[in-house]
Design a protein around this ligand. Structure first.
Ligand code: FAD
Length: 589
């Protein structure tokens, strides 16, 4: 039987350029084998085969322009895909779905193509094996390949990108953007422009979010292929200090490696003793936005919980937050959290601090949640409960002891400044290595490990790791915090600029933010900084750069910042410290 392989629906694109043709007549393709690479001005994407068989003719060449329905190739003897599972980039990926216990992030089962299957029949070798394709793992793999190493990247999920791309940073930020649009529109109604009540189409919202993710994960596939990084789908566990066993769709195979970088990430923590009920969800489930009748209780007032609360609140859900410690966003300076707390206390149903969830009883009309603590309320009914109480590293889930790798009590794998474990040819990076669990820290460590593995002198520097909560208002901090400085007895002086005196902030309709910088009292060098307000996450990079480069207050204050911008508040904080600020009147002491 002969069949045509055509370009599927590629979103709003037409006349897209073919930049690579990956098959030729005579090739045998499996379902999901990449056929051509397309490139728009926004992304590269592989178009996979939807029918397996022998290619009899390829009907496209490099440089051709294609749209939905254009003929790619003809195959013979093919079997069609049972369901046209969208490939990474050509269309939004299947939603993360539950697929057995143990994985926080539930993705479709890996599908091996024929080449992969053939390769599983015998044991293979790798110069550098990277376990886990999250931001740490793919960065390490790509950098090592660029430095000339032969790299095998092992990943248990169908898509590359790990938690960050698939069910973390990226989809959450897409939804937070949607939330911001709703909020901005609502606020403008008091300023003379009314848009009316938003009409929410959750299916389209989810599809848009999935499309954003797919562009990035599809891009990773292309980048891996361009660098000749071999991607092996399956779940890895150590058998010895030089062998990893990978169990995939077609069974197990062993890979002998010279060096290995463990980048196996983390899982959401489950609260013990909670009943099994689909209405009790984690962050991955929460990203599959739904209309939550009966209200949402977010258990955990950390960054992830508060970001999801922000999304659901904007979408019209009644939100409550319960946090065990006395402060929202533990670890962040309390003064930075206050503007956020003020805003959400006025919007959310309740914020319970110093309060513990002690039981959840599933009932037909909702989840009955019991609390304990000095100010604990009586049990209450909620439509859903989002458990966002932190993440635990996967150090105990990869049989690390078989390789002689030391794993700490909480599941982190201790490393030195080169990211080496106690077994010198095995590295660990990202969430599995140490907190803070942040994508940019994982990427930094991925580069360090790859470069050291390739023989370069390289060490990690964790002095400047920015943290950002993409809430409304955003909160960001970097370097030394005031809380740490006081706890350690580190001397510091502070310069603060309130955003009520910033024209750009006022023209955005917001006045609650502020920027603060901590300085060494003798050298006046920047030690740390914190920002709360619109786009704080973007602004914090200037403070990070200042610390990294040993800038002092004058360096920042004398740098001409564009006006009117929020970035002026960083210069303003430095000037406030120096006593040269003119935008506010600060009486001389
Ligand atoms: C909702 C949410 C929002 C977030 N937002 C942000 C943010 O805005 N900014 C930020 O910096 N961070 C954010 N994070 C945290 C960020 O996602 C993580 O810090 C980052 O993904 C860690 O990268 P990693 O490479 O260490 O591990 P991961 O991204 O967890 O990747 C690990 C990979 O290893 C694979 N793996 C694990 N075990 C095995 C095995 N045995 N065999 C094969 N493969 C395996 C996994 O499938 C996964 O793909 C967020 C997290 C969540 C949950």
């Amino acid at each position: 039987m002969s069949a045509d392989l055509t370009i599927p629906d590629i979103g709003n694109f037409s006349d897209v350029e073919v930049v690579d043709v990956l098959v030729k007549a005579g090739d045998v393709v499996a379902i999901d084998t990449p056929l051509v690479t397309l490139e728009t001005d926004k992304a590269s994407m592989d178009v996979p085969a939807t029918i397996a068989g022998r290619v009899t003719a390829v009907l496209l060449k490099r440089g051709d322009k294609v749209s939905k329905g254009s003929l790619i190739a003809r195959v013979e003897g093919g079997e069609p895909a049972a369901a046209l599972a969208p490939s990474a980039a050509a269309a939004p990926p299947a939603a993360a779905k539950p697929e057995g216990a143990g994985d926080t992030v539930r993705m479709p089962a890996p599908q091996m193509d024929r080449a992969e299957r053939a390769a599983t029949d015998h044991t293979r070798t790798a110069q550098l094996l990277v376990l886990g394709a999250g931001p740490g793992g793919y960065t390490a793999a790509f950098r090592a390949a660029d430095l000339g190493l032969k790299v095998t990247l092992v990943e248990r999920w169908q898509e590359l990108g790990g938690v960050c791309l698939n069910v973390g940073c990226i989809p959450s930020k897409a939804l937070l953007h949607a939330a911001k649009v709703i909020e901005d529109a609502a606020e403008m109604s008091e300023r003379g422009i009314a848009f009316g009540t938003p009409q929410l189409d959750f299916t389209r919202l989810r599809a848009w979010k999935a499309g954003v993710v797919a562009k990035l994960t599809g891009g990773l596939r292309v980048l891996a292929r361009q660098r000749k990084v071999e991607v092996l789908r399956g779940s890895g566990r150590f058998v010895s200090a030089n062998v990893l066993e990978v169990t995939g769709a077609s069974g197990a195979q062993r890979i002998r490696f010279e060096q290995c970088i463990i980048a196996a990430g983390s899982e959401a923590i489950r609260l013990p003793g909670l009943p099994q009920d689909p209405r009790i969800i984690d962050s991955a489930d929460a990203l599959e936005v739904a209309d939550v009748a009966g209200g949402l209780l977010v258990v955990g007032g950390g960054i992830i919980g508060l970001e999801m609360a922000c999304v659901y609140d904007a979408l019209g859900t009644k939100v409550s937050v319960v946090e065990l410690t006395p402060q929202l966003m533990p670890g962040c300076d309390p003064d930075l959290v206050r503007p956020l707390e003020r805003r959400i206390r006025a919007r959310y149903q309740q914020i319970l601090l110093g309060t513990k969830v002690v039981g959840i009883e599933p009932r037909a009309d909702g989840l009955r949640v019991a609390f304990s603590g000095d100010k604990a309320p009586e049990p209450q009914l909620f439509g859903r409960v989002l458990v966002a109480v932190g993440r635990t590293p996967n150090g105990n889930a990869i049989d690390a002891e078989q390789a002689g790798i030391k794993v700490g009590a909480r599941g982190f794998i201790p490393v030195d400044k080169h990211m080496r474990t106690n077994v010198p040819h095995i590295f660990a990076i990202g969430d599995i290595a140490a907190p803070p669990m942040l994508a940019h820290k994982a990427m930094h460590e991925g580069k360090v490990a790859a470069e050291f593995a390739a023989g370069h002198k390289r060490a990690a520097d964790w002095r400047v790791v920015p943290s950002v909560a993409y809430t409304d208002p955003e909160i960001a901090w970097v370097g030394l915090t005031e809380t740490e400085a006081r706890a350690q007895g580190t001397p510091f002086k502070k310069g603060t600029f309130p955003w009520v005196a910033n024209g750009r902030s006022l023209s955005l309709g917001r006045d609650e933010g502020f920027t603060k910088l901590l300085f060494d009292p003798d050298s006046h060098r920047v030690l740390g900084g914190g920002i709360v307000g619109t786009s704080a996450g973007e602004l914090i990079s200037e403070v990070a750069l200042a610390i990294e480069n040993g800038c002092d207050a004058a360096d920042i204050g004398l740098t001409i910042h564009p006006h009117p911008t929020l970035s002026e508040t960083v210069a303003g904080a430095a000037e406030a410290f120096e006593g040269t600020l003119t935008d506010l009147y600060v009486p001389k002491k």
